[in-house]
Design a protein around this ligand. Structure first.
Ligand code: ADP
Ligand code: MG
Length: 237
């Protein structure tokens, strides 16, 4: 019967599970971290193990945070979000880190003023772009450029992330977005799954093209604000 469970049903099952357990895990984890930090100062003989313990606690924290994001994909009210501003802010935020790794994120837009609105949840949208830029940066071990392009095509807002990173093999491409699929030692394998769930809830689409050793291009499309509301009116009639 598992074949009959759709991807979105799988997501909502994971989401419900996440909602149930993530909070429960967080509280004991916070005290665990606090007491471990105290040990660091009190007991010299245990010292070599404590940084490792703290690192592992942080890793659990990261996983739990990503699960929490999945838990309520539709929380809040959809509003008109100006994407040029949102992307510019995300790029400023992420460039601070990127520049330390010899990487530069360049944002180009071909979209005129007053055309760049989509209906959405600002924080959730931000989360998508941060996750995608993080992945691009992590794929570019020796640095390089990440080009972020925005345009309108076929009445859709198209946002493209082009990196010069390691690329993704065909075999891995098939597994991407599955819960916990990661090729990274410290990855959670939840980032793209969270992205997919948010994109779905915004009636968007994600397309991944990649060549090993050359780079990856991730293309997102979203309905534009006005077009989308017209579509809603149509489908209600
Ligand atoms: P994580 O980053 O924790 O591994 P993600 O869901 O964000 O989890 O990504 C899953 C996997 O997809 C990564 O481990 C990596 O193998 C691959 N991947 C995602 N984005 C890129 C990219 N831009 N370049 C190369 N590989 C990528
Ligand atoms: Mg990731």
């Amino acid at each position: 019967t598992e074949e009959y469970i759709s991807q979105s049903e799988k997501l909502s099952v994971v989401g419900e599970l996440a909602a149930g357990i993530a909070h429960e895990i967080r509280n004991p984890l916070t005290s665990l971290k606090g007491f471990t930090q105290l040990l660091e100062y009190k007991d010299d003989t245990l010292n070599p193990y404590i940084p490792i313990m703290l690192e592992e606690i942080d890793r659990i924290n990261t996983i739990v945070s990503e699960l929490l994001l999945l838990a309520k994909p539709n929380a809040g009210d959809f509003r008109k979000v100006k994407m040029t501003d949102l992307l510019q802010n995300v790029v400023i935020l992420m460039n601070a880190q990127a520049n330390l790794q010899n990487t530069e994120i360049k944002f180009h837009t071909l979209v005129g003023e007053e055309q760049d609105y989509i209906d959405g949840l600002e924080n959730k949208l931000k989360q998508i772009f941060i996750n995608l830029l993080k992945n691009a940066m992590e794929a570019m071990k020796t640095g390089g450029e990440i080009n972020l392009n925005m345009m309108i095509e076929d009445n859709l807002l198209r946002i493209q992330f082009c990196d010069q990173g390691c690329g993704i093999s065909e075999e891995d491409l098939a597994k991407i977005g599955q819960p916990f699929f990661t090729t990274k030692e410290k990855g959670t394998g939840l980032g793209l799954m969270v992205c997919k769930s948010i994109i779905d809830s915004h009636h968007g689409h994600m397309d991944i093209e990649s060549e090993v050793g050359v780079g990856t291009t991730i293309t997102l499309t979203f309905p534009l604000c006005d077009v989308y509301s017209e579509m809603m009116v149509d489908s209600n009639n």
